[in-house]
Design a protein around this ligand. Structure first.
Ligand SMILES: [Zn+2]
Length: 381
């Protein structure tokens, strides 16, 4: 029988978070502080009440309902200082739970209400992330999001920003927002511009709409990864295609339960996906609105599906393999993390004998370490 792993144990494992929205992952106290400083009127200044307004929890009826909380978070994210601070704090929070590689996503167009230019928004977020990297060593990449419900012209602006900031922190393009009634193919031209410039892209798909949305993201837009993919399970043929091509799924289980993309955690298709051999990564989506961390999501999966440590290690490795980072950098990081994971054993009695995951003191380990990693931590490329 699989010994139960604690949340604290999982927090010590090196991890990635590849699907994390900046505007859904603020600290509650930072929202209150920024609102006071900027004289922004919040629906409430009571910490508990504000959390209840933001936290999707059980009361959320749909993805569209879930997205309402962003009105509040975005209201305090319209200045360079606020963007720099929230980006830094997000990377700091991720680092505290041992996320070694973080991909932060947001749409610059949602931060221009007070007159900021989209490029200024990108630069402010980058300053915050760079500061976190200097202080903690956390690696990061930025994904700029087009919004499904906005025009194809606005998506093109985002795609142009991706091109402008390529090799300057931006690693990918995404389309996010309300899926029903807003097909990704409307934004095809933006995807094409990004792909023509050899930039990676992903798309939120199969969350509140069925597998057709995933088909469109892959075959009409050229997405290299799929955000969520919860409803991929409904089309076996497409599921096999995704598996055969090792297309990574950015799974965010708790968020899916809250938006009703999945009816419960226990029945979430991620267990089937892992069992079937799909390239699954576990992510947060929105750390504040879903009240989670990537450690918590991994731990909840471990508890709900009985995944042993070997499976958790495979998923962690899949996360590092699926990041939109240059191959050489990825190979070094993968080697470092594989060696580290290989040295970590499950506790024998549920609490004692935990071998802590030690952070490397020096830089990346030799790529040779990858070859020495046990087969269980290596899945086919
Ligand atoms: Zn998302």
């Amino acid at each position: 029988m699989t010994p139960e792993l604690s949340l604290e144990f999982i927090e010590k494992l090196p991890k990635t978070d590849l699907h994390c929205h900046l505007d859904g992952s603020l600290r509650l106290d930072t929202i209150l502080d920024l609102a006071r400083k900027q004289h922004v009127k919040l629906p409430t200044f009571d910490r508990g009440e504000l959390f209840n307004l933001l936290y999707a929890g059980e009361k959320c009826a749909s993805l569209e309902d879930y997205l309402k909380a962003f009105d509040i978070t975005l209201s305090v994210m319209q200045t360079e200082a606020a963007l720099e601070r929230t980006a830094f704090e997000l990377a700091e929070d991720a680092w505290k739970e041992n996320v070694r590689y973080l991909e932060v996503r947001y749409s610059p167009l949602l931060h221009t209400r007070e007159g900021l230019r989209p490029a200024t928004v990108v630069e402010a977020v980058m300053r915050g992330l760079r500061a976190a990297k200097r202080q903690y060593g956390i690696r990061y990449g930025v994904i700029l999001c087009a919004i499904r419900s906005l025009s194809s012209e606005s998506s093109l602006r985002i795609a142009e920003l991706c091109v402008a900031f390529k090799n300057r922190g931006v690693v990918g393009f995404d389309v996010a927002g309300a899926e029903v009634g807003n097909p990704a193919k409307v934004h095809r031209q933006a995807f094409q511009l990004v792909i023509d410039n050899n930039i990676s892209c992903t798309a939120h798909a199969g969350e509140s709409f069925g597998p057709d949305s995933i088909h469109q993201a892959l075959h009409k837009c050229g997405a290299h990864r799929i955000g969520h993919g919860t409803r991929l399970v409904e089309n076996g043929d497409l599921l096999n295609y995704v598996n055969d091509h090792r297309i990574p799924l950015e799974v965010c289980p708790s968020s899916n339960v809250q938006t009703k993309a999945a009816s419960s955690f226990e029945t979430h298709p991620v267990d089937f996906y892992v069992d079937y051999g799909l390239r699954v990564t576990i992510n947060t989506d929105n750390r504040l609105i879903t009240d989670t961390t990537v450690s918590k999501e991994t731990w909840l999966c471990h508890k709900a599906f009985g995944w042993p440590l070997s499976t958790l290690k495979e998923i962690i490795i899949a996360g590092f393999k699926s990041g939109f980072m240059p191959y050489r950098e990825k190979a070094d990081l993968l080697a470092e993390v594989s060696a580290e994971l290989a040295a970590i054993q499950a506790p024998t009695n549920g609490k004692a004998a935990e071998r802590q995951a030690e952070r490397p003191v020096t830089g990346a380990a030799s790529p040779a370490a990858l070859a020495e990693a046990p087969a269980a931590t290596r899945t086919p490329q």
